[in-house]
Design a binder for this molecule. Structure first.
Ligand SMILES: [Zn+2]
Length: 138
């Protein structure tokens, strides 16, 4: 594993080229939380109310925390350790894919709707794990 510059990661987030593939958080109130739903990553807007559903928001401080670190695995996954109780695994999206319009899809099993990159290799519902996913009619 090699070190990945956190300021570079932040610039990629700002360019909309980072997808979270897994995250882990622990706090005394909610215990440990692990998420494996791929979501686009963005910087937390100045106004909390501007947040959108289906986006993983990071604070600017996540990229500068003193105890934090960031490294790249041989498989291309970028891991950001914010501190001992919070970490993320990211995938960097090629520039062409990031700029492509996202496609609305719907799960045939449970009706869950979300958006994916048109180049997404595999689709699976995060709610019911069905792979019977169809393009949603607008
Ligand atoms: Zn489903």
């Amino acid at each position: 594993m090699k070190t990945f510059r956190r300021d570079k990661l932040r610039r990629l987030v700002e360019a909309g080229r980072v997808v979270v593939v897994s995250s882990y958080h622990y706090d005394d109130n909610s215990g440990s939380t692990r998420s494996t739903e791929p979501l686009p990553v963005a910087i937390m807007p100045a106004d909390w109310h501007d947040r959108k559903d289906g986006v993983c928001y990071l604070f600017p401080s996540c990229f500068t925390s003193k105890s934090g670190t960031c490294y790249e695995s041989p498989n291309g996954v970028i891991s950001l350790i914010v501190h001992g109780n919070s970490n993320y695994d990211f995938r960097i999206v090629p520039a062409t894919e990031a700029s492509a319009p996202r496609v609305a899809v719907v799960c045939s099993e449970c009706g869950r709707r979300w958006h994916v990159s048109p180049n997404a290799a595999t689709l699976q519902c995060a709610k019911c794990n069905s792979v019977d996913i169809e393009v949603a009619n607008a």
